[in-house]
Design a protein around this ligand. Structure first.
Ligand code: UDP
Ligand code: MG
Length: 315
């Protein structure tokens, strides 16, 4: 029942060796059965890879997957999980903000039978006020549109083999790890930790990168943005109707500016037709969008199911 560790890195030359040493020290001390450590270099432009190449031969468990360019942490996690061939995998950051001392607890929960063990933040006092506020806003919007509450969640997760397979077999290209793992629906245990200070350089997530991930998360878990179009169309139609009625009333009472009523009604009418048409198109687009994601209709829990021969239909 050995476990793999997946660590995405991007421009971590300052802290990576010290941090890896600490991670190795902890898993050795706690006698955790980690037999594969996959470091995924997400296209670092600094000396991270060069430094790592000297360090990797010192421990036979260490492996390096290096991207041609910065494809993003989501891609790095996916690549790490695809290359992990152990019974479970733990995804963790390289900056010690995901405390390695928690791994023992996570493995214990997995051995008790949980398929996913997720480490959640009870407190993160090291991020700026703006980022904290934006994160909170994102999670509130996400929870509202997707009916999934991911508040406090991180990418620090232990996944059982069947979760890794199900995750890697999801067909979608734009991935939001936290959301998708939750969507898969396997039995989950949460463990809590206080986020320590980042070791090494500063955060590798710019606000633009975070905003991009937030958009991927929201649009891939809900088509509510398209509902906004229909909502706007209905609102415009009602407003147009009111204004058209007022114009007509003014015309009948003889207080309208000459020629204004016809133009006003025409503009409002054409505007409403256009908005209504966009609303209709968005309904079909929503349907196409859901079909196009191509997500499986169900996920089978292979541990709980029983079949007389090898294999089940679908994930
Ligand atoms: N990371 C990555 N690709 C990126 C940005 C970050 O692989 O484009 C890695 C980074 O090296 C670190 C982890 O993802 O190991 C978390 O990044 P960071 O600590 O900057 O994020 P934060 O803790 O601020 O959310
Ligand atoms: Mg960090």
């Amino acid at each position: 029942m050995s476990i793999g560790l997946v660590i995405p890195i991007y421009n971590e030359e300052k802290g990576i060796i010290n941090n890896l040493k600490k991670i190795l020290e902890t898993i050795n001390k706690d006698e955790i059965d980690i037999t594969q450590i996959i470091i995924v270099d997400d296209g670092s432009t600094d000396d991270s890879v060069m430094i790592l190449k000297d360090f990797l031969p010192l421990d036979s468990r260490l492996e390096l997957v290096s991207f041609t360019r910065n494809f993003g942490k989501e891609a790095a996690i996916y690549a790490g999980l695809l290359n992990c061939n152990r019974q479970a995998a733990i995804v963790m950051d390289s900056d010690l903000q995901h405390p390695p001392s928690l791994i023992r607890l996570m493995v214990e929960a997995w051995r008790e039978g949980f398929d996913v063990v997720e480490a959640c933040k009870s407190k993160d006092s090291h991020i700026s006020f703006l980022r904290r506020w934006m994160t909170r806003l994102f999670y509130s919007i996400f929870a509202y549109v997707s009916e999934m509450n991911l508040e406090g969640q991180t990418d620090f997760k232990l996944l059982d083999r069947q979760v890794i397979d199900a995750y890697c077999n999801l067909p979608e290209r734009k991935r939001f790890f936290r959301g998708l793992i939750s969507w898969l629906g396997f039995s989950t245990k949460q463990v809590w930790f206080e986020v320590p200070l980042r070791q090494g350089d500063s955060s590798k997530w710019s606000l633009v990168k975070l905003a991009r991930l937030a958009m991927v998360a929201i649009t891939s878990f809900s088509s509510s943005m398209l509902h906004l179009v229909s909502f706007a169309a209905a609102t415009c139609f009602i407003i147009s109707f009111i204004f058209a009625s007022i114009s007509l009333y003014q015309k009948i009472c003889g207080i309208a500016v000459s020629g204004f009523t016809t133009i006003n009604i025409l503009v409002l009418f054409i505007g409403s037709i256009i908005m209504f048409s966009i609303g209709q198109v968005s309904l079909y687009l929503e349907h196409l969008f859901d079909e196009n994601k191509n997500r499986p209709i169900y996920i089978i829990n292979k541990k709980k199911s029983y079949k007389n021969k090898e294999g089940f239909d679908g994930y």
